[in-house]
Design a protein around this ligand. Structure first.
Ligand SMILES: Cc1cc2nc3c(=O)[nH]c(=O)nc-3n(C[C@H](O)[C@H](O)[C@H](O)COP(=O)(O)O)c2cc1C
Length: 305
């Protein structure tokens, strides 16, 4: 099965589906399965404590798939003081796709291109989109309202066509893409690919606890809270996990809590929990999403029918 778009052509993949990088969730098992399904599996460099561990992680993925993969770099000194070293490791390992979030990729764009790799940048507003476009982004990841992790607050209905029109760059839709229906909606809005986060946590390959996976199944979109109080940046969280971790958020302890501990004990997810009813292999999710997308677009109501 192949679905051709500007992004599949650019990355040399069969399906316009990107396995979104997720802190403490996306490791080789998940990345390999998404890439083998025909999409592109991605993970955040921050999942590895040292550049050596990052290099080992990439080597493990490379030994299990020949398909392209992506690495997310958080370009923010406070959140990721080691990003420059991580970038060096990625370039040495010939990573095909670098995805940046927070900050501007100005200083690394040239090297990415000269290595034949591609640069996608997370954005939530036009202001940031224009900055990364000028810095050399090949595509934008439009992180809309309802996305898991650090999310924007603009509805995808307006954000996707807006960013595409204003910048002229290909756009990847991020936020609550849990199946073929959401993919069809995003592609109708002009997206060139979709970014799938939360749905891929409810898989055997995600390195999340069983309790986290079960909470995704048990939660409704009304159970998602959007707040900057947990990681310092507005993000979506499972309210049931926030309640369980209240002791971590109040009093003296909270001041010393590092990022790792926050994300480990407080679980992030987007509005896409509405469509998550089971734990399924990642490869199956990607292939089913593409099949459902094709069937949905061919069955949309038409003139006179
Ligand atoms: C648990 C979790 C961890 C995440 N970690 C990161 C990260 O380290 N870097 C990043 O750029 N985005 C991160 N994200 C955001 C995802 O890459 C993606 O934008 C988002 O999950 C898409 O929305 P969805 O979850 O509704 O599919 C994370 C999301 C979740 C749910």
């Amino acid at each position: 099965m192949k679905i051709k778009t500007a992004i599949t052509e650019m990355l040399g993949i069969d399906l316009p589906i990107i396995g979104a990088p997720m802190f403490l969730v996306s490791y080789p098992d998940l990345v390999v399965e998404v890439s083998e399904a025909g999409g592109i599996g991605c993970f955040p460099s921050l999942n590895y404590r040292t550049p050596e561990q990052l290099a080992d992680g990439i080597a493990e993925i490379r030994s299990r798939t020949k398909k392209p993969i992506g690495v997310n770099l958080i370009l923010h000194k406070e959140h990721n003081p080691n990003w420059a070293k991580q970038f060096e490791v990625c370039m040495k390992a010939k990573i095909e796709l670098i995805i940046t979030s927070l900050g501007t990729p100005r200083t690394i764009a040239k090297e990415i291109k000269s290595e034949g790799a591609h640069l996608f940048c997370d954005v939530t507003t036009l202001k940031h989109a224009i900055i990364v476009a000028k810095s050399g982004a090949d595509a934008l990841i439009a992180v809309s309202q309802g996305a898991g992790g650090h999310a924007g607050n603009i509805t995808p209905f307006s954000l996707i066509p807006y960013l595409k029109k204003e910048t002229g760059l290909p756009v990847v839709a991020s936020g609550a893409i849990s199946g073929g229906a959401q993919m069809a909606a995003a592609m109708s809005l002009g997206a060139d690919a979709v970014y799938v986060g939360t749905r891929l946590i409810a898989t055997p390959e995600a390195k999340s606890s069983d309790a986290y996976k079960q909470m995704l199944i048990d939660s409704a979109p009304e159970d998602i809270v959007y707040t900057e109080k947990i990681s310092g940046i507005p993000a979506n969280w499972l309210s049931k996990s926030v309640e369980k971790a209240q002791h971590l958020l109040t009093g003296e302890e909270s001041k010393n809590l590092d990022e790792y501990k926050r994300w480990k004990d407080i679980w992030s997810a987007g509005h896409g929990v509405a469509q998550i009813t089971d734990i399924k292999p990642a490869r199956e999710i990607i292939i089913q999403m593409a099949k459902d997308y094709l069937s949905i677009i061919s069955n949309l109501p038409r003139n006179g029918a």
